[in-house]
Design a protein around this ligand. Structure first.
Ligand code: ADP
Ligand code: MG
Length: 452
């Protein structure tokens, strides 16, 4: 990628990420070059690089790809510090506390992603409660749930919902000071304020907001002074009747390294979780994203069954689902014809492989025991009576087909048996399957149960 191409990409990014985001995050990036799919940028702080990578990484790659430049990875180099043999002048200059830019102090929050609105949030069983609670809080008015605590696994929509609340509140009551930031940023600002001896400003600033949203609060677990400050800020706001919204990847009580007093305070309001997505929700999200893409960019033909296939096979988080779609879109724009199931499978092979659900030995043993109604201890025992030997052979056969384990590893798990026993078992089941429809059916059923 040439400097000029990066310039064009940057200009396009201004459209997609919005002016504010562009000025804060994209414009300051110093393009160093792109080699072998790795684009390098200079940034002022590591934090900035992380932020850009996390929030705009996909967008940057997408814009590059639109220009025919494949960027697989973004790296960020923090502007060089003075070398060892620096002059005393340089050392002094570097040691002097940098006066924080005024703008940074004025705006403690992080930029909001314009795609993360309620309109674009697909509601299904797994997230309906979290969505309803978020909507309620976004309506403003008397504070009912304080704090609202949203939790759930990676990529299930916590950040999306928080941004949606912020957008909605701002639209309804532009005078409200709504501040959204990650716990990591909260810590970063806190440390910066300590270093620059601006703690009074820091406290004042955070206590003057009307709505405070802190994302991924698990991040401050174990970081004692930050936790402390967070706790005080939190209390001050809640006591004033200001709305606080928190997210984490776990329930408050399960965050190790978080002080008990904070855990219990976090549970005062409403705690709701986002459950892992189910097939319907994934399909709904895929359909919505395709519609958005068509409305925003260009027509797109996708064969029947492709989205269903993806919703079925990619059971990971929504971000992975989106990544797959983005690749499909890029692919579609390159080949310029209908995306078929074969094309999808081929272009997404790596993502599909990664998402393949890993079946564990333990699950295999448990399900097989349940199915044949035998005890786990029997499975492991030296007993050889057929009513136990057959289920054991079946479990070994399943282990061979559904996991990456070797014969010796499998043997070991089944009461330290020799690998030849496992080979024999696998052969035996293959033979029986061909002769005995009952065995064939058992194998099929068990396999399906385990892969579900
Ligand atoms: P989390 O913060 O829980 O890790 P995010 O809110 O960042 O997850 O969501 C990851 C991506 O998935 C985002 O691009 C978001 O827009 C999308 N996403 C998650 N849930 C939904 C949903 N229900 N409808 C539409 N998009 C969703
Ligand atoms: Mg998040």
């Amino acid at each position: 990628m040439t400097d000029e191409e990066w310039g064009q990409t940057q200009a396009a990014l201004e459209q997609t990420v919005g002016k504010n985001n562009y000025l804060t995050w994209i414009k300051p990036l110093a393009f160093h070059g792109c080699d072998d799919g790795v684009a390098e940028f200079g940034v002022k702080t590591t934090f900035m690089g992380d932020w850009v990578s996390r929030n705009f990484g996909d967008e940057i790659k997408r814009e590059c790809l639109k220009r025919g430049i494949q960027v697989d990875r973004l790296t960020f180099k923090v502007a060089a510090r003075p070398a060892k043999a620096a002059t005393t002048e340089q050392v002094k200059a570097a040691a002097a506390p940098a006066k924080p830019a005024k703008a940074e102090i004025d705006l403690p929050g992080a930029p909001l992603d314009k795609r993360f609105t309620f309109d674009r949030f697909v509601v299904g069983k797994p997230n309906e409660l979290a969505h309803a609670a978020s909507r309620r809080v976004a309506e403003g008015g008397p504070v009912t749930f304080n704090p609202l605590f949203l939790y759930g696994g990676v990529g299930l929509g916590k950040t999306h919902l928080m941004h949606a609340i912020a957008w909605e509140l701002q639209a309804r009551s532009p005078e409200l000071r709504v501040v959204y930031l990650s716990a990591e940023q909260f810590m970063y600002r806190f440390i910066q304020a300590l270093r620059d001896k601006q703690m009074m400003d820091f406290k004042e600033l955070f206590r003057s907001v009307d709505v405070l949203m802190v994302d991924d609060v698990q991040f401050i677990a174990g970081k004692d002074s930050t936790q402390d400050e967070f706790f005080h800020t939190f209390n001050a706001l809640v006591d004033q009747g200001k709305q606080v919204i928190i997210s984490a990847d776990r329930a408050p009580g399960e965050i190790d390294g978080l002080e008990d007093r904070i855990k219990s305070r976090l549970q005062w309001g409403l705690v709701v979780d986002l459950h892992p997505t189910d097939y319907e929700l994934r399909l709904g999200i895929l359909q919505q994203k395709v519609e958005n893409y068509k409305a925003q960019y260009q027509e797109l033909e996708i064969s029947d069954g492709v989205l269903e296939f993806l919703a079925h096979r990619i059971s990971n988080n929504v971000r992975v689902l989106e990544g797959a779609l983005t690749r499909l879109f890029a692919f579609a724009s390159l080949v310029g014809r209908e995306i078929t199931l074969d094309m999808a499978q081929e272009s997404l092979a790596d993502i599909l492989r990664q998402s393949d659900r890993k079946v564990t030995m333990d699950e295999i043993m448990r399900k097989t025991c349940d199915y044949y109604n035998v005890r786990m201890s029997d499975m492991m025992s030296p007993k050889r009576s057929r009513n136990i030997a057959r289920p054991r052979q079946m479990a070994m056969w399943l282990a061979k087909h559904l996991t990456q384990r070797s014969y010796p590893e499998i043997g070991k798990r089944f009461g330290n048996r020799d690998h030849t026993t496992v080979i024999h078992a696998v052969r035996k089941i293959d033979e029986l399957k061909a002769q005995d429809s009952q065995i064939a059916e058992d194998a099929e059923l068990l396999r399906r149960m385990l892969e579900a």
